[in-house]
Design a protein around this ligand. Structure first.
Ligand SMILES: NC(=O)c1ccc[n+]([C@@H]2O[C@H](COP(=O)([O-])OP(=O)(O)OC[C@H]3O[C@@H](n4cnc5c(N)ncnc54)[C@H](OP(=O)(O)O)[C@@H]3O)[C@@H](O)[C@H]2O)c1
Length: 273
């Protein structure tokens, strides 16, 4: 039997075991998936002693794990964050998860103007995804301007796509089709009333994407739907990053063989418990 896991701190609320166990069930794979609570001071010994066939990495270890690994995949190296490990090699599947989620929801990025709210790890992975999809422009809105500046600086070092720091009011001037992606935890359980951007700045031609999947539909997306905007929640990104990890661990395109609608249903049922 193959053994996989997700490590993080905290880890109790992770839905990764539900996702991966459903993949194994659908494909009849002899594999298990567990949550392992690893504190920062335990990371080093975990990396050198675990006998897993692969594992996902979540907050707060995505950057700290890098010096402990033997090698990095190209995207993990450029993004500077690892969320999937196989045989001592670190990968980043978050950016692919984001692209697959948009594909599943029939949103095409080529030539689009995009705004990212946030400038942390998820923002960086998503900026990388946007760069690789030939978007027209990227704007960054963030609470801490220095971090927004650092993200802009990083994007400029790896691409020629126009990018700048903006205030929230900027999106209100973008009345044509415009993608706005929330990469902050604003709206995540238990503070579900919070929103990352005031609704009077949003237009019906905006496409709102949230990286949050707990709750499945954030207050921001609910209000966006009310305005007539297209909205995409974080669950599809979560599912797609997990499937991409499974492809790496099993060395084959597991992702093309599973019933994604059934996985969505199982995960959604989990929220109703
Ligand atoms: N669906 C998925 O598969 C998936 C994958 C990865 C991440 N995510 C989600 O993405 C979100 C961000 O994760 P991350 O790893 O990028 O976290 P991170 O590195 O800690 O970055 C958090 C960002 O949110 C901003 N922020 C935090 N609290 C804020 C507040 N109260 N007001 C305004 N801005 C605030 C921070 O701004 P400052 O720079 O000012 O601190 C920073 O830009 C989380 O909700 C996570 O669950 C989802």
């Amino acid at each position: 039997m193959k053994r996989f896991a997700v490590i993080g701190d905290p880890i109790d609320h992770s839905l990764s075991p539900v996702l991966h166990q459903e993949i194994y069930r659908q494909l009849g794979l002899d594999a298990s998936f567990e949550k392992i609570h690893i504190k920062t001071n335990e990371l080093h010994s975990f990396i050198h002693s675990n006998e897993l066939d692969g594992f996902n990495v979540t907050i707060p270890h995505k950057q700290a794990i890098i010096p402990l690994l033997d090698e990095l995949g190209e995207s993990a190296q450029i993004i500077g964050a690892v969320n999937c490990v196989h045989n001592g090699k670190g990968y980043n599947t978050d950016w692919i998860g984001f692209l697959k989620a948009l594909e599943l929801n029939s949103v095409h990025l080529n030539g689009k103007n995009c705004t990212i709210i946030g400038a942390g790890g998820a923002a960086r992975a998503i900026a990388y995804a946007l760069i690789n999809s030939s978007v027209n422009s990227i704007s960054i809105i963030n609470r801490t301007i220095e971090k927004a500046d650092a993200l802009v600086h990083w994007v400029k070092s790896i691409s020629n796509i126009p990018i700048n720091v903006q205030s929230k009011e900027y999106v209100n001037t973008q009345t044509r089709e415009h993608l706005i992606i929330n990469c902050t935890p604003l709206g995540m359980w238990p503070d579900t009333e919070q929103i990352p951007m005031e609704m009077d700045l949003i237009h019906e031609n905006h496409i709102l994407v949230d990286t949050i999947y707990n709750p499945l539909e954030t207050q921001w997306l609910k209000s966006g739907t009310g305005i007539g905007a297209k909205v995409i929640g974080g669950l599809d990104m979560f599912i797609a990053q997990g499937l991409e990890s499974a492809d790496i661990w099993f060395g084959e395109k597991i992702s093309e063989k599973v019933d994604i609608e059934k996985i969505r249903k199982i995960l959604k049922n989990n929220f109703d418990l």
